[in-house]
Design a protein. Structure first.
Length: 300
């Protein structure tokens, strides 16, 4: 049974949606296969071994460094790996992940290391770099355009196959879970990237954790909805501030501002939430909505 390999289009027969284990939920993700080019390797070891037997893979494009998109790299030793320059270092140095998630020496570190061991993540040598607007030529006339979409990570990229107008949006994933809790995440870049994507002519979108979304209009609406999640967080966080009573990041701890409830990964989620709230602080400061007032921030 190859029930995880789904042709997307009758016309473009070499493009497949590859459904990740557990419906592409973390620590797995979905992939897109275009000819012999695979985008991301987080579908699970079992499925990736199967995929390799069915479809020879010669090149892997990595959308970004996160473990749920790169864990299968170690199974593809004969393959060339491409990624954006800004995400190269971490893919080649997975022991630095803790630092970039802001969890070094925290209670969440042990939990994360246990997860990383389960995924058996290994350093991957990057063979070549990709950059915004670059076109990667694939056999039989397929052409993949690189769209640099920073914010989730600094080097995060989306990919658009130009003939079919099928795109892979990776972790601009159009779920309710909008994540920018890395040291290399940037909220304003994230918003710009979402807007950037809505300017492309995309007929079918595949995302890292949601799957297929069909139709240009639906895709644009979903991008808008995704952006509005960030704006709602802006409003919620901003509503805590006043003109007189200075607030600091600590006042926002454990408030379920971003995570409606904390799961079994609570230790980590609280840290991630604080980092994301800090990114909103950065945005408010840049837009002069709040200002430093003694040891905290008040409305400007
Ligand atoms: Zn990610
Ligand atoms: Zn992901």
């Amino acid at each position: 049974m190859n029930d995880f390999v789904h042709p997307i289009s009758d016309e473009f027969k070499e493009i497949f949606f590859i459904k990740g284990a557990r419906e592409g939920k973390y620590p797995y993700s979905h992939s897109l296969l275009i000819g012999d080019v695979l985008i991301d390797t987080g579908i699970s070891s079992r499925l990736l071994r199967k995929l390799k037997r069915l479809y020879p893979i010669n090149t892997v494009l990595l959308s970004h460094w996160h473990e749920d998109h790169t864990s299968g790299n170690r199974l593809l030793s004969e393959v060339k790996f491409f990624t954006h320059s800004k995400d190269r270092f971490l893919i080649e140095n997975v022991n630095k992940f803790n630092e970039f998630y802001g969890i070094s020496n925290s209670p969440a570190e042990e939990e994360f290391e246990w997860l990383m061991e389960g995924l058996r993540l290994k350093n991957t040598k990057i063979d070549d770099l990709i950059e915004d607007n670059q076109i990667i030529k694939v056999r039989n006339g397929y052409n993949i355009r690189i769209i640099h979409t920073p914010g989730h990570t600094a080097g995060h990229c989306a990919f658009l196959e130009l003939n079919s107008k099928i795109a892979f949006l990776a972790d601009i994933d159009l779920t309710n879970f909008v994540f920018y809790a890395g040291i290399d995440s940037n909220l304003m870049d994230f918003e710009n990237s979402i807007n950037k994507l809505s300017q492309f002519d995309v007929k079918t979108a595949v995302t890292g954790h949601r799957g297929i979304i069909d139709g240009k209009k639906s895709i644009r609406e979903e991008l808008k909805k995704y952006l509005s999640i960030i704006h709602k967080r802006d409003e919620r966080i901003l509503s805590y501030f006043s003109e007189t009573n200075p607030k600091t990041l600590v006042d926002f701890k454990n408030q379920n501002i971003i995570y409606k409830y904390y799961s079994q990964f609570k230790e980590y989620e609280i840290i991630a939430e604080m980092i994301m709230i800090q990114k909103h602080f950065d945005k408010f400061l840049e837009n002069e909505l709040i200002m430093l007032n003694n040891d905290g921030y008040t409305l400007k």
